[in-house]
Design a binder for this molecule. Structure first.
Ligand code: GRF
Length: 215
């Protein structure tokens, strides 16, 4: 069983999808701790209900980004995790922190990276007239939303979609995508070697495309 620490800032619906997959045995792992930089968020309640440690490290209590990241790192390392999963974690991380977890930390981003790093991804995809949107799981590197891409799930953009409608469709796909990638990690089938993503010993040229047509 791999030990997982999940970093959150909000609702935690991706966290819940991972917790459920651990419970039903499709992920050979256990979420040992959930850390939020925001107090009182729903993700912390989900953590408590699952039996994981629910920890708040409020970034507003720290004078600098470095001090906040150091506090996070000490807490995370106390759990000796195999992997760190960012799931709606809305803080930019320092290079030192990211490099400390090189190859062990992944993030889910609500766009088909490399398109639309940063915020407002759904609105930007609609305004660009794209036919599809989606989500991407990638290894975390110092470049924001720029780490090596692992897997994507696509959904169609429908005529007259609002950003809210599209975000719900993407989020439903995220709930399939993130557990699928976590499962590969926990089965030692996915790793990062010299900035290249390897799945089952095969070097990925492009991110895997998830078959989420049943979503
Ligand atoms: C997701 O859309 C994720 O891609 C983005 O933030 C959102 C988090 O949602 N990074 P939740 O907290 O998992 O419900």
């Amino acid at each position: 069983m791999k030990r997982l620490v999940v970093l959150v800032s909000g609702s935690g619906s991706n966290l819940q999808a991972i917790l459920d997959a651990c419970t039903n045995g499709s992920i050979q792992g256990q979420v040992v701790a959930v850390i939020s930089n925001r107090p009182g968020v729903r993700a912390l309640i989900r953590a408590v209900q699952s039996g994981a440690d629910a920890i708040t490290i409020d970034h507003k209590q720290f004078a600098s980004r470095e001090e906040f990241d150091q506090a996070m790192q000490m807490k995370i390392d106390g759990y000796a995790p195999d992997f760190i999963l960012c799931a709606g974690f809305m803080r930019i991380l320092t290079n030192g922190f990211v490099e400390h977890y090189s190859g062990k930390m992944v993030n889910i981003h609500p766009s088909l990276l490399p398109k639309y790093t940063g915020l407002d991804t759904h609105q930007r995809a609609i305004e660009a007239g794209d036919s599809h949107a989606g989500a991407t799981v990638h290894f975390v590197t110092p470049e924001l939303d720029g780490g090596p891409l692992i897997m994507q799930a696509q959904v169609p953009i429908l005529a007259d979609d609002t950003a809210l409608e599209l975000s719900k469709r993407v989020l439903a796909a995220e709930h399939q995508l993130y557990p699928a990638v976590t499962r590969l990690l926990c089965e030692d089938r996915l790793c990062l070697i010299e900035d290249k993503v390897m799945i089952d010993g095969r070097k990925l040229q492009f991110p895997e495309q998830m078959d989420n047509t049943s979503a």
